[in-house]
Design a protein around this ligand. Structure first.
Ligand code: AQP
Length: 338
């Protein structure tokens, strides 16, 4: 394999507001990797993915701008990182088609996100939702990205991205696409719903109480944490004591990720506490970390023209990287005129 430039790509769907899950599982680490200095970093609002389920057009526009504001408010610097929305760089969809011809139906049918999202109504789900992982592979590989920071739920899709790169390289006898490394790290790689410790915190959950939105104000954050489902027992003195206590484990993980410490340290500091004591500490911490993000998002979304300008500039920079990769892919595949 040739030496690929260390390059990070990751995306978030503008399919609703940002949650604490997106922040801790993904965005906080996007910022760390940007500031690390070891990588080129590319972050994307994946609006083509969002429409795999119905999106009201006006709301999609607003959600994309709000997501851009969220990236910047959490610490992404549009000068240091390339920040743009997917539909402005046509090469994603073009490479996505090639990868739809590389990926196999059986691979897609095994995807748990497809099974979860399509549910019992798979015949009525969009073809785009089924093919989602092929477009995701294109999002990553059109930049020859080597590292992809994501939450735990995306692990299977990243394995499929690796399979697509390997199969493409094998089928065409080239070493063109890198085999990307997933980066799934930290105390909160899977933040769970505040109402049900067995379900992922998700922006499309019908219950607003199940999640903390990055746009929530201090009162809403504190109230949601106060009302979060827990069990009647106090916090244990070690992590083993959290086994079979998913809601308690979730709150400890959230605390650890917000405080940039480990779940072990949180348990050590709060051992024996009742939730009536732990929850207010967690609420104070969450408000201290999240309220400034919410305020900054409000400030940025008040100027949509500036956001659109930033996104157009980011798309231009992204296209400069994507164009030669697509051209070479077309040559490899045998497209006349590539
Ligand atoms: N609960 C979570 N815990 C940790 N990481 C999470 N991520 C999402 N939810 C959690 C990570 O955020 C990134 C962007 O995800 P996405 O919004 O594009 O899609 P998703 O994973 O499908 O997130 P949602 O909130 O569940 O969206 P909807 O409801 O629209 O399907 C990814 O890195 C993801 O791992």
């Amino acid at each position: 394999m040739p030496d690929f430039t260390p390059r990070v790509f990751s995306g978030i769907q503008p399919s609703g507001g940002l949650t604490l899950g997106n922040y801790l599982g993904a965005m906080k680490r996007f910022v760390d990797m940007q500031n690390d200095g070891a990588y080129e970093t590319i972050y994307c609002m994946v609006d083509l993915h969002a429409i795999t389920t119905w999106q009201d057009p006006a709301k999609l526009v607003a959600a994309t701008r709000e997501l851009c504001a969220g990236f910047i408010a959490t610490g992404i610097d549009p000068e240091k990182s390339i920040l743009f929305n997917q539909s402005q760089v046509a090469e994603h969809a073009q490479l996505g088609w090639i990868f739809s011809c590389v990926a196999r139906m059986g691979w897609m049918q095994r995807m748990t996100q497809w099974k979860d999202k399509a549910g019992k109504n798979a015949q009525n789900a969009s073809l785009g939702l089924f093919g989602y992982p092929a477009l995701m592979a294109a999002d990553i590989l059109i930049y020859h990205a080597t590292h992809v920071p994501v939450g735990e739920d995306q692990k299977q899709h990243l394995e499929l991205t690796r399979d697509i790169a390997i199969k493409f390289n094998n089928d065409y006898g080239v070493e063109f696409f890198p085999v990307t490394e997933p980066v799934i790290e930290g105390a909160a790689t899977r933040v769970m719903s505040l109402r049900d410790g067995s379900k992922k915190m998700s922006k499309s959950d019908p219950s607003d109480a199940s999640r903390i939105n990055l746009t929530d104000d201090a009162d809403a954050i504190a109230q949601k944490i106060r009302k979060a489902r827990t069990d009647p027992k106090p916090l244990p003195s070690d992590l083993e004591g959290l086994e079979d206590r998913p809601e308690a484990r979730n709150l400890v993980n959230i605390y650890a990720a917000l405080a940039d410490t480990s779940p072990e340290a949180v348990i050590r500091d709060h051992a024996g506490q009742q939730f009536s004591t732990f929850k207010p500490s967690l609420a104070d911490l969450a408000v201290a970390k999240l309220a400034p993000i919410s305020t900054e998002m409000q400030r940025l979304t008040a100027d949509p023209a500036e956001i659109d300008r930033l996104l157009a500039r980011g798309a231009q920079r992204a296209r400069a990287l994507a164009e030669p990769v697509l051209k070479r892919t077309y040559e490899i595949v045998g497209m006349v005129g590539a």
